[in-house]
Each structure stands twice: as C-alpha cells, then as structure tokens.
Design a protein around this ligand. Structure first.
Ligand SMILES: *[C@@H]1O[C@H](CO)[C@@H](O)[C@H](O)[C@H]1NC(C)=O
Ligand SMILES: *[C@@H]1O[C@H](CO)[C@@H](O)[C@H](O)[C@H]1NC(C)=O
Ligand SMILES: *[C@@H]1O[C@H](CO)[C@@H](O)[C@H](O)[C@H]1NC(C)=O
Ligand SMILES: *[C@@H]1O[C@H](CO)[C@@H](O)[C@H](O)[C@H]1NC(C)=O
Ligand SMILES: *[C@@H]1O[C@H](CO)[C@@H](O)[C@H](O)[C@H]1NC(C)=O
Ligand SMILES: *[C@@H]1O[C@H](CO)[C@@H](O)[C@H](O)[C@H]1NC(C)=O
Ligand SMILES: *[C@@H]1O[C@H](CO)[C@@H](O)[C@H](O)[C@H]1NC(C)=O
Ligand SMILES: *[C@@H]1O[C@H](CO)[C@@H](O)[C@H](O)[C@H]1NC(C)=O
Ligand SMILES: *[C@@H]1O[C@H](CO)[C@@H](O)[C@H](O)[C@H]1NC(C)=O
Length: 503
C-alpha cells in the first residue's frame, strides 16, 4: 500500500538544503523526493482543491526589496492571481453540533489524516476532520511552479511565502469550508500542528481568535528564535541531547563521547581511509577542511535519532544506545548511529556535505520569519566543540546570503514579541494547549513553561514524558510510552472541556 511509504514523513521538514543539519528539521531532501514521485500527491480521501489568492495582503508594498526585516509587511505588490491549494476532508465521525478538527500542514506535502491523532479525537468528539497543504509544498504551488523542482527555483519565486499569507490561507480556507457546508456553518474549529506547524497552530489561535476556537500546538519553537551567535540558547539542542543520552545510559554515553574524540583525532590527522563504508556515507571526506561538516553530520545523526525517536521510525535512539553498548569500536558505533539515521530518512547512505546555495522554501522561511538556529555543541559536551561562527551578525547569514541574497531577520525577544508568541501574549490567550515532549531536544528551544492559573480554559504548557518530536500528534501506537498515552487522554479531556462537553 502506497501510504505506508509516505507515512513517516508527516509533521517533519522536507528540507532541501542538501546535507545541512538543522535540528528542527532533517536531511530530508531525500524524503522530499520519495514523496514527490507521484505528484500530484493525495491522501485516501482523494484530491480536493480550492482557489486561493497568491497574495492575501491588502497593503500595497510595491516592490519591496527582499528582506526579512518585517514579516507582517514583507508582502509584495500582489494581483488577484490565485493558485490551487490542496486539502482533505473526512466526515466519517461527524455528528451534528460537533467541532472541526483541523490539521495545519507543515513544510511538507499534504498531511493525511490517517497518519495523525485526529481520527482518534474526532471519533470521541463527533468532529469533522480536515487538513490543508502548506503553500509551496506538494501540489499547492503558486505561480505555476513545480514544488518538487528545487534546482529551478529562484528567490523571486518565493516572494509569496510570507507568514501573513500562510496564516491567511488557513483562515480563508476554513471560512470557505464553513460556507460551503451547512452542517458546519457554526462549528468551532480546533487547530492542530507540530513543530513549525505547531508554531502556525499557536499563531492561528493568537491572531484569529474569532475564527479559531482553540489550538493544540506541539513541539513548537519559541525561545529558540535567536540569531545572535552569543545567545544563551545557542548550545541548547545539544545540551538537551546530552542530558537525555546520559539519563538513559551513562555507559553508552561515555562510550560515544570517547568515540567522538577518536573520530575528531582521526579526521584531524587526515586518516580518511575507509570512512565512507564504515560510516555509511555516500562519499568519504578528502580534506581536513571538511572535518567540521563531517563531525557536525555525525553529531546530527545522534541528535536526530533522539529527536525522532518515534514508534513510526522504530525508535532510532533506543537502537543507537543498544548498538553502542554492544561494541567498543568507535567507527562501528558511529556507523550504527548513521545507519539508523539513514534508515528512518529512507536513504541508504548519508549525503553529508552542506549546500548553502540551495533555494528551498524552508530555508527561506528561516531567513525571514522562522529564525531558528542549527545545532552547535560546546567544548564540554559529548559532541563538541562544534561552535557557531562568532564573526556573523546572524547565525544563518551564510545560508541566507548564499541562497537568497539577503541577511537573516533579527531574532531575539523583540522578534518573538513582534510575531505575538511571547509568553505574556500566549498566557493571555485562552484555549491554547502547548505541548513539549521531554525526550525531544526541541523542548530546550520550545515554549517557556508558565503557571496556567485556575481557569480551565486557560492556555497551558503540557510536558510529555517518554516521547519525542511531535509524538502526540501522530497516530497512536501500542509502543507509546505511558506518559504519551496519558497526554493523549489529557488532550481529549481538554478539548471536551473547551467545547463544554464536560459534565
Ligand atoms: C475517513 O476516515 C476514516 C477514519 O479514519 C477512515 O476509516 C476512512 O477510510 C476515511 N475515508 C476515506 C474516504 O478515506
Ligand atoms: C532596494 O535596495 C536598493 C539598493 O539597496 C535601494 O537603492 C532601493 O531604494 C531599495 N528599494 C526599496 C523599495 O526599498
Ligand atoms: C482585484 O480584485 C478587486 C476586487 O474584485 C478589484 O477591485 C481589483 O481591481 C483587482 N485587481 C487586479 C490587479 O486585478
Ligand atoms: C516536477 O519536478 C520533478 C522533479 O524535477 C519532476 O520529476 C516532475 O516530473 C515535475 N512535474 C511536472 C508536472 O513537471
Ligand atoms: C573525495 O574524492 C573521491 C575520489 O576523487 C570522490 O569520489 C569523492 O566524492 C570526494 N569526496 C568529497 C567529499 O569531496
Ligand atoms: C534495546 O535493548 C533492550 C534490551 O536488550 C531491548 O529490550 C529493546 O527492545 C532494544 N530496543 C531496540 C529499539 O532495539
Ligand atoms: C542504495 O540504493 C540505491 C537505490 O535503491 C541502490 O541503487 C544502491 O545500490 C544502494 N546502495 C547501497 C550501498 O546499498
Ligand atoms: C547546490 O544547490 C544548487 C541550487 O539548487 C545546485 O545548483 C548545486 O548543484 C548544488 N550543489 C551540490 C554540490 O549539490
Ligand atoms: C470553557 O469554554 C467553554 C466554551 O466557551 C465554556 O462552555 C465553559 O464554560 C468554559 N469553562 C470554564 C471553566 O471557563
């Protein structure tokens, strides 16, 4: 069945900056190709499209220069041009008076409902189930572009990729949907999203409270919107990674730390022989100038095996720990970590050299309105040192200037306040459930924990034990941790309470 092939890629990034390791995303240029072979991509429910404006802006900023300076103004002089945006609708569980459960598309082709936790909640709530493909992915491509064809893309082609447009796509789609179906004309909408989609799901509730009744936002970045190389969060991904590795096995982690030092020494001495095969790479290193990139890739494999330690991927972190305990050979250890990483990415070797000039929409978003940094490791960490470039104004400037020709937007407190995701704003928005999974290194750069107060509709942060990136949004599995099972149940009860379905 075709859908098994596609299943693992929901929620997570299709990131075509080939070989770059950014902890929120993966090396997923390869997954992109897996999923785009049969475009137009569709779910079991079949293909449905709506006409969507390419530019929702009502303000005419004629010919602004491409810059990430202000996400809310970063619009271009639009016309009334439209594109077709793909969505999914399934009313199997709908009962009169029930809500709409909406799954917000990510940086990926259309999320199919059956891959998500939506049907389980919809069955209990009598809900209509819908999801929407994110513009610039899958079949939902403005300007007649082919979304799978990255090499032919120019920065100019990406000009309609603004946060404002993305949020308005969803709001207009949902309004249109309600108008086109009498049954759900007044149905309350609960938005779901994970990772970047969690960021969108939260902002939908915050900025469109009249349209979006409540939101579940999972594994969303918040504190990590930082661009300054000196920022305190810069080593956060790897520090969280260290913590979980040590918590799960101090023996395995001590071995990995020593094996990282061995690899570093080998590379520094230019002993590259056999590395391609031993480390499961598509090509071996040739020069010590590539040492940082290779070390970064290997550390990234360990990090992301933890971040994506999910049932749908057969728990690559646990497999890594087990394999480490079974060997004393550093190269065998690293080779196993990369092999598991390759497996869940659906490739048989690692294409590890970064390509900073690839014009992909996810990189564009990071340079304009989603400025989260890459993984860096302090000298004291298991993996370190993998230091940021302290000569840069913004951590992402090398990528932003090489690929798009402009500097990265400024991150930091001011940015977080400007997009409305600061803790004060979040706290004063009700019916917003923010979930961070405790094994997931993204939690370090995720939503700040706050005391929820005593109103049951208040927003709150839910920390989930024994699970990783976006786990609670995926279809449930028997192997889910007890913490994850409890979180799913707590989420359902929260929705019932929001909807006034409690006692
Ligand atoms: C709608 O959702 C139900 C429950 O997940 C599923 O069994 C059914 O196959 C879906 N319908 C279609 C047409 O895919
Ligand atoms: C765009 O940038 C160029 C060169 O920096 C500048 O001369 C021009 O005034 C800018 N245009 C706008 C609309 O800001
Ligand atoms: C877009 O549509 C609006 C309202 O229908 C119309 O007033 C305007 O002239 C149109 N603009 C263009 C560029 O076609
Ligand atoms: C889109 O681009 C991909 C990748 O280059 C290619 O395989 C596919 O045939 C293209 N689709 C269309 C409709 O041109
Ligand atoms: C190293 O050299 C070999 C042989 O010339 C080549 O196949 C390989 O791609 C090179 N690797 C890198 C990282 O440049
Ligand atoms: C890791 O090893 C333990 C103990 O042998 C085993 O129970 C577990 O299933 C293994 N986990 C994986 C993912 O292989
Ligand atoms: C990797 O996969 C490709 C395509 O499936 C295949 O041609 C190639 O032989 C495989 N390489 C290895 C090292 O397994
Ligand atoms: C890097 O990306 C650019 C733009 O997509 C492409 O033209 C180039 O061939 C890529 N370079 C490598 C080494 O893959
Ligand atoms: C929560 O919101 C729902 C719907 O607006 C309302 O019916 C319910 O009374 C609220 N509960 C509390 C405790 O405020």
């Amino acid at each position: 069945m075709r859908f098994h092939v596609y299943l693992p890629s929901i929620l997570f990034s299709v990131h075509a900056a080939y070989g770059e390791v950014s902890a929120l995303t993966q090396s997923a240029s390869k997954r992109a190709s897996r999923r785009s072979v049969t475009l137009p991509y569709n779910c079991p429910e079949g293909q449905k499209f709506l006409h969507q404006l390419v530019d929702h802006s009502t303000i005419d900023h004629s010919q602004p220069n491409a810059t990430g300076a202000d996400i809310w103004k970063q619009k271009y002089s639009g016309s009334n041009a439209t594109f077709l945006q793909q969505y999914v609708l399934n009313d199997t569980f709908y009962r009169p008076g029930g809500p709409i459960l909406f799954f917000q598309g990510n940086e990926e082709p259309l999320p199919c409902l059956a891959d998500t936790a939506i049907p389980e909640h919809a069955k209990q709530l009598g809900a209509m189930m819908v999801s929407l493909e994110h513009r610039y992915w899958g079949s939902s491509c403005p300007f007649g572009l082919n979304c799978s064809d990255f090499p032919s893309r120019t920065t100019h082609d990406l000009r309609a990729l603004t946060l404002d447009n993305v949020l308005h796509d969803t709001v207009k789609f949902l309004k249109w949907l309600k108008q086109s179906d009498d049954r759900i004309e007044n149905a309350p909408i609960i938005a779901f999203g994970g990772s970047y989609g969690g960021f969108l799901s939260a902002l939908l509730r915050i900025h469109f409270p009249g349209e979006i009744f409540g939101s579940l936002a999972t594994s969303l970045p918040q504190r990590g919107f930082q661009t300054d190389p000196l920022n305190e969060y810069v080593f956060g991904f790897m520090e969280w990674n260290d913590m979980v590795y040590y918590d799960v096995s101090v023996e395995a982690t001590a071995k990995i730390k020593s094996a990282m030092n061995d690899l570093r020494a080998c590379l520094a001495a230019g002993k590259f022989q056999g590395m391609k095969e031993q480390l499961n790479l598509c090509y071996g290193p040739n020069s010590t100038e590539q040492n940082y990139d290779l070390l970064n890739w290997i550390a990234g494999a360990y990090l992301q095996n933890l971040q994506y330690n999910l049932g749908i991927y057969d728990y690559p972190f646990y497999k890594t720990i087990n394999a480490t305990l079974e060997t004393d050979n550093p190269m065998v250890m690293h080779g196993a970590a990369v092999k598991y990483f390759n497996e869940w990415n659906g490739v048989n070797c690692s294409d590890w050299l970064p390509n900073n000039t690839a014009v992909d929409p996810y990189g564009y978003m990071r340079c304009t309105y989603l400025p989260h940094f890459d993984q860096y490791a302090a000298p004291s960490s298991i993996w370190g040192p993998l230091l940021p470039d302290y000569t840069q104004k913004h951590l992402l400037d090398p990528m932003c200037t090489a690929a798009y020709g402009f500097q990265c937007v400024d991150g930091g407190e001011q940015f977080i306040r400007r997009i409305g995701l600061d803790t004060e704003t979040v706290q004063s928005t009700d019916r917003l459930l923010l979930v961070e999974n405790l094994m997931d290194p993204t939690t370090y750069i995720g939503m700040e924990f706050f005391y929820p107060g005593n109103q049951r509709n208040n927003s709150r942060v839910m920390l989930v034990d024994g699970s990783s990136h976006g786990a609670d949004l995926l279809v449930s599995m028997e192997s889910d941790s007890e913490g994850l099972k409890r979180a799913r149940s707590a989420q359902l009860n929260t929705f019932k309470e929001w909807l006034g379905m409690g006692a």
